[in-house]
Every structure is written in structure tokens, then in C-alpha cells.
Design a protein around this ligand. Structure first.
Ligand SMILES: [Zn+2]
Length: 362
């Protein structure tokens, strides 16, 4: 099926896009952006909107799951959109879930969702084993590119206090300590925390929740980072209220997550790379401000994401293709990943917002 699509695309567009990475082609091929936007509007127009009771009657509920309503605006109606799944070569499902859209605010979320007290079940297996070698190198390059995009926030640590929530095997904490931050982190996976502490010298990783670690619960952080964590949170309002409380005056919160407004989602539907096994909620520049405003932040700024290989300079794009890509991404959805810097207060906007388009909430 995929090869048929590729063959058709080859006939339509010729070979001049062969070197453009897959994730970027949708932005560059003539006319494709508008066709995908139209396809998305048709999909939304066709998908029924139903009450929570009607929805419950249609969709099975797993043992660790619960039905939820929109956490951002409290709308109870449901618009079922996708059923992502991973299948074995024989076709048997390894996992699957249902993704709905809030008909009021457009938020995309998994419903049924995972009950917070069962979240540990998702991370029970040893998933830190592969966080080494090339994976670690690619990940750290990705962190560096995102830190650079918010320059000068991460340029020099100067012993500023940084808290990495969901620190995994400490790949980011390692960069943070190298840059001179006074850094610490927490994670739900004990294996990852052990690996992190082997890797780190001055920074420390802890197992558990922030309030269980006195050094973290004391707050007063200048920077909090959420690397690929936001989509995993089943109670985002509670978590963000806590993060806001942990930030000192002038503090900022960095968010890196999949972008639910991505053109790739519109093109790939249920097969989109953002619909991974453990993702629960899918944010965009349309919906993230609601979460931040409701939890006491003063504003937010976004930076577009052009793709890891494009930003690292290893993708082979012609000058024209590169200009088209930059224009299309920054002028439309912001790319397949979302990069956001949330400001705790006016002082944070004053310190770190210069030269950026800051979306203020008051
Ligand atoms: Zn909503």
C-alpha cells in the first residue's frame, strides 16, 4: 500500500523531492499543504459528535482505563477521530486506543484514558535499555537544537536551578550539568533513574513524584523542562499547577511534545508518529495556552520545528526546498513537534521574552 502511494507521488511530483526527508515532503511539494488541510476539514465534517453516554456505549473500557471529558474546557461531548494501533506482522494488534477531538476547543485526547493510579503499569517494563549509543546521541542533539532555538535561556547555566520532570536516563540532565546548571530530575522508572545517576556527576535524578523529594518540593526553580513528557500526563491541570508553584520569580517552563496541529497528522491520520503507545493527550499552539492560562502562567512563546536532520544540517535540501520548508512550517502549523516556552510571570517575560512573539494571558 505504502509503495503504491510512493509510486503515485513519484509520478505526480517527479524525483526532485527524493532527498527530502519524509516528514518534510508534505510541507514542500506544490499544492500538498492545501490538499491536506482540505482533507482534514472534510474528516472533521464527516466525524459525528456525540454525548459521553453515546460514546461510552460504543467503545470498550480496558482494566486500567477510565472515560474522561475534555480536561481543558470541560466539554463533555466527544468526536471520535482515530484508532491508532500497532500490529504484528501477522496483523494481530499489539496495542490500540481511541483518539477523540473536543468539539468545543479542538483538543485531541485518548478516550478512554489511563487511570492516573495505573500509570506505573505503562512504564513497568524496562524501557531504559535502549537509551544508549546512537539513540542517546540523537536525543542529545535534539535537546541541543531546541535549547538553541530558545537562546539565550539555556546558553549558560550559571548555577541556576533546573528541574527536569520525567528525566528518563538523564540524557538531558547531563547536558544541563555540562552547561553549568544546578540540575535535578525525577522519573517514574527506577531503572532509568539508576542509569541516570551513573551518567551524572553534579546533577541528581530521583525516583517518584516531585513532592516526595524535599530538595525539589522546596521549589524556587528558574527553569523546568518537560522533554516528551506532556503527552504522557493524565492530569495536566494538577501537574501544571504544581510546576507553576515550583517556579521562582522570573522562571520558565520548556515544553517539547508532539504537535497536534501538525500537517503530518492531517496527512497520516491514525498512522501519525505522535500516536505512540503511551501518549495520552495531544496539544498544539491552539490548546496549550488554555492549560497554561488556567494554571497561573503569564504567557507563552513558540518556536517552529523544521525536523532534526534539517536543523542539524545533515538533510540534503536544495536552497529552494529549504526556503519553501521554512516558509511553510513557520507560516502554518509550526512543524511536527511543538516547542514552547511558558513564562511564570511578567518578570519572566521581561527576562526571556525579548525578540519573541509572546502570547500573554492577561
Ligand atoms: Zn475542550
Amino acid at each position: 500500500m505504502v509503495s503504491v502511494k510512493r509510486a503515485v507521488a513519484r509520478v505526480l511530483y517527479g524525483s526532485r523531492f527524493d532527498r527530502v526527508p519524509w516528514g518534510q515532503r508534505v510541507y514542500i511539494r506544490p499544492g500538498e499543504r492545501h490538499a491536506r488541510e482540505l482533507q482534514w476539514r472534510l474528516r472533521l465534517g464527516r466525524a459525528p459528535v456525540m454525548s459521553l453516554d453515546e460514546y461510552r456505549a460504543r467503545v470498550p473500557l480496558g482494566e486500567i482505563e477510565e472515560f474522561i471529558t475534555c480536561h481543558l474546557c470541560e466539554e463533555t461531548r466527544q468526536q471520535p477521530l482515530f484508532q491508532p494501533a500497532e500490529r504484528k506482522p501477522g496483523g494481530k494488534k499489539v496495542w490500540t486506543y481511541h483518539v477523540v477531538r473536543c468539539p468545543s476547543c479542538g483538543f485531541l485526547y485518548r478516550n478512554p484514558n489511563v487511570r492516573p493510579e495505573r500509570l506505573g503499569d505503562l512504564y513497568a517494563g524496562n524501557y531504559s535499555g535502549f537509551l544508549t549509543g546512537d539513540y542517546a546521541k540523537d536525543r542529545q542533539r535534539r535537546y541541543q537544537l531546541t535549547m538553541d532555538s530558545f537562546d539565550p535561556v539555556f546558553a549558560e547555566g550559571n548555577k541556576r536551578r533546573l528541574f527536569d520532570f520525567g528525566c528518563g536516563a538523564g540524557l538531558f540532565l547531563q547536558l544541563a550539568e555540562q552547561r553549568g546548571f544546578d540540575a535535578c530530575g525525577v522519573d517514574l522508572s527506577p531503572d532509568s533513574v539508576a542509569l541516570a545517576n551513573e551518567r551524572l556527576t553534579s546533577a541528581t535524578a530521583y525516583f517518584g513524584a516531585p513532592e516526595q523529594v524535599p530538595k525539589i518540593a522546596a521549589g524556587g526553580f528558574e527553569v523546568i523542562t518537560l522533554w516528551s513528557v506532556l503527552a504522557h500526563l493524565p492530569r495536566p491541570l494538577d501537574d501544571f499547577t504544581r510546576f507553576r508553584g515550583l517556579l521562582g520569580p522570573g522562571g520558565v517552563l520548556l515544553i517539547f511534545t508532539v504537535n497536534a496541529r501538525s500537517l503530518l497528522l492531517k496527512a497520516q491520520g491514525a498512522k501519525w508518529s505522535g500516536f505512540t503507545k503511551n501518549h495520552l493527550m495531544f496539544y498544539s499552539a491552539d490548546t496549550l495556552p488554555t492549560l497554561l492560562r488556567r494554571t497561573g502562567f503569564a504567557g507563552v512563546a513558540f518556536e517552529p520545528f523544521y525536523g532534526d536532520t534539517v536543523e542539524a544540517g545533515t538533510a540534503e535540501l536544495s536552497g529552494r526546498q529549504s526556503r519553501r520548508l521554512h516558509r511553510a512550517v513557520s507560516g502554518s502549523d509550526g512543524g511536527n513537534m511543538m516547542r514552547a516556552l511558558a513564562f511564570a510571570d511578567d518578570e519572566a517575560i521581561f527576562r526571556w521574552g525579548a525578540g519573541r512573539e509572546v502570547h500573554r494571558f492577561v
